[in-house]
Ligand binder design. Sequence first.
Ligand code: CUA
Length: 316
Amino acid sequence: MSVVFASALDPRGPAADRAENLWWIMFGLGLFVLVVVAVALLVGVRRHSGSESPIDRREDHEGSSRRWILGAGVVGPAIIIAIVFVATVWSMSVSSQEADGDSMVVEVTGHQWWWEVRYPDLGVVTANEVHLPAGVDVELRLRSADVIHSFWVPALAGKRDALPERTNTLTIESDAPGTYVARCAEFCGIQHAHMNVVVVAHDRASFDEWVAAHRMPAVEPTTADQRAGAELFVDRGCGSCHVVDGLTVGGDTPAPDLTHLASRREIAGGLLDSTGPDLRRWISDPHAVKPGTLMPDVDVTDTELDDLVAYLESLR
Ligand code: CUA
């Protein structure tokens, strides 16, 4: 399954198709205006460099100037803006419409600087990854827990703000299975650039498998290292922010759900992978990796760090 990087000109779903069409319409109109202005400029320059004195033609000029101002300054722009307006409303209608009654709802909440992802009807919670079945309308309900963020998966749809005060909906559909990179598209603090989210569209069977796996509580630790790690996870307070279903319940400070951490690709909003060495780097000095993060320094020895990482790596 290839990963599709951000490009609104490589659409993989109906909402993105429309956004691409809108882009080309605006590009075409912009090009048209550029050509008209360039030609008018050239004609003007040529006329004035001719033998006839400009003063002789003053009366002519006044009449044609008025026509130009009215035509190219008022009527032309009004027509172009009207075309762009209609095309924009038409293009937005696909991604703004509430999906059909039986479609899937995903609650996506922006945090500084990660995305919380909940499936209220399926009982699944994850972070920084949105999984969905291909070929189906999925209604994203976007909110923010703090400042304004914006959810943007260019291959599937336009941007939509995630606001603290209200819920915005964005309906997305992927034509086929695929993995798409998404970004926060609204400056939301110093780590705005490190607030990535991955959208994974599955075929039906593999989506059902993903849901079934993610409904399960966390796996029990099996080795001595993992057991020690799980204990440390609780003792050192990791579990007062992070939920690991079956072990900890989180707290007032929201942090990514770690129940199936090891099944995700990335941590820290896309800065690191969910592999052992990266988990180690993250836990031992989160502020060096991501200045400003709410993740606190955890006071652990090297051996304890090994145990913690062994436990986290087991959370498939
Ligand atoms: Cu969140 Cu930018």
